[in-house]
Write a protein that binds this ligand. Structure first.
Ligand code: AMP
Ligand code: GLY
Length: 434
């Protein structure tokens, strides 16, 4: 089987690493991939071949998939899904893993999702949606804080403002609706009730009828220790998340995931792929903060290594609508991912900084540790250099969370580049719960 993975971050490295282990994969491509992905190899497929095509270059990717007779395309990021990559592939008779465009709106439009949730009585923060800036600002001032103001569309995780006062919320409306800080993604705003609780991510695989839950995870969105600093794409993760007890997980399935699938089906938005619920576990129970239509990053980097069955088999069953025949098997060992980022991230940062400490495979040689590359490139002289804000996800598994953390934090400082920083408190919440 020939597989193409679309994307080039830590998530895609984890997916390539897992797919390469399948004895069923004869050849694995990744577009555009990165330096670490190019060093990943499997027993049968040899090294992953990176293809110089961006994840949003649908025309180029389609030509490539046709020419190379790709049997399966696995889509990492949300942008190509929201742009309809799966619909295009299917109309060409090509197989792609992910939801079609109408399903991907679950991530592409917050107004759509919030309306769907409300209409179906699925627990989520109360909200109002606005296109008119005057009305939105009046609502903020009348209501007072705390409020959460969100750009409607895709804004790479940056379109959310937690406002303590009505005035602050009105200022966020000004930034999004009037100043157009997020372009078209900010043509409307959603203003939400502020929810108190602990966050968790539940990723499920689905063929549109049945669900297979991946183990729970918790992301670390803020840049610095103790959840200080600006929001990022995610500075680390661990799995499982103890806040997701069996009871919580059961409620998420019954009150959130199954009703969401039913609602999508009723609206004739057939869904398959990853259904990722970003949740707030409140005193009243789990509530949806957002839906994503792909693997979370960095969550993927600690959830995928815990999966013990063949990912190709599972994806194949999903595409056949027969997921119930082949669920997900999980190792009991926890996993931890520590992200090494470039100085300045999530703001402006330098690229092209030489990386030291990696061996010829792009790894560090610590037992139980896999270094997933998130933003690396290889220079003509062979030197690995930084090329993104998040540069590495150092992922460790071990029989206990403490042991996994010890491994990850033994490995992380072995990798060095100018300006590198990482959080020292990944999974501290889970340890405090003990
Ligand atoms: P989102 O992209 O919608 O998941 O929002 C990004 C982050 O903002 C979330 O991970 C939460 O930390 C926070 N957030 C979003 N919505 C709310 C809410 N209604 N109440 C409290 N925090 C929120
Ligand atoms: N880690 C959050 C996300 O992937 O959206």
């Amino acid at each position: 089987m020939k597989i193409l993975v679309v994307g080039g971050g830590g998530r895609e490295h984890a997916l390539c690493w897992k797919l390469a282990q399948s004895g069923r994969v004869a050849k694995l491509y990744c577009a555009p991939g990165n330096a670490g992905i190019a060093l990943t190899r499997g027993p049968k497929c040899g090294p992953v071949e990176c293809v110089d095509l961006g994840a949003e270059n649908l025309d180029g990717l389609l030509r490539f998939a046709r020419r190379e007779r790709i049997d399966l395309t696995v889509v990492g990021p949300e942008a190509p899904l929201c742009a309809g990559i799966v619909d295009r592939w299917e109309s060409e008779g090509l197989a792609a893993f992910g939801p079609p465009q109408r399903g991907a709106e679950l991530e592409g439009s917050k107004t759509f999702t919030k309306t769907l949730l409300r209409k179906n009585g699925i627990p989520t923060a109360d909200f109002q949606s606005f296109r008119d800036a005057e009305k939105a600002m009046q609502y903020c001032r009348d209501h007072g804080g705390p409020l959460v103001v969100k750009a409607d569309g895709l804004a790479a995780g940056k379109g959310v403002v937690i406002a303590q006062t009505g005035e602050e919320a009105a200022a966020a409306v000004q930034t999004i609706l009037v100043d157009g800080a997020f372009g078209q993604a900010g043509a409307s705003v959603v203003i939400e009730e502020f929810l108190k609780g602990e966050e968790a991510s539940i990723l499920a695989l689905t063929d549109g009828r049945s669900l297979a839950l991946l183990p729970s995870a918790q992301d670390h969105k803020r840049a610095f220790d103790n959840d200080e600093g600006p929001n990022t794409g995610g500075m680390g993760a661990y799995s499982p998340a103890p806040v997701v007890t069996e009871e919580v997980e059961d409620r998420v399935v019954r009150e959130i995931l199954i009703p969401t699938l039913h609602a999508l089906n009723r609206e004739e938005r057939p869904y398959k792929g990853v259904l990722y619920a970003g949740l707030m576990i409140t005193e009243q129970g789990p509530k949806v903060l957002e839906y994503n239509v792909r693997f979370g990053d960095p969550e993927c980097q600690c959830v995928i290594p815990r999966m013990t069955n063949d990912l190709v088999d599972v994806i194949e069953k999903i595409l056949l609508g027969k997921l119930s025949e082949n669920g997900v098997a999980t190792s009991p060992d926890p996993a931890v991912c520590v992200v090494l980022a470039s100085g300045g991230y999530p703001g402006a940062y330098a690229k092209g900084k030489p990386v030291t400490g990696l061996d010829a495979d792009g790894q560090v040689g610590v037992e139980g540790v896999t270094v997933f590359h998130a933003g690396t490139a290889r220079r003509a002289d062979g030197q690995v250099v930084t090329s993104g804000g998040r540069v590495f996800g150092v992922t460790a598994t071990a029989p206990s969370l403490e042991a996994a953390l010890a491994r990850a934090y033994e490995a992380a400082p072995k990798i060095a580049f100018e300006g590198a920083f990482y959080r020292k408190d990944i999974a501290a919440r889970a340890l405090r719960r003990r």
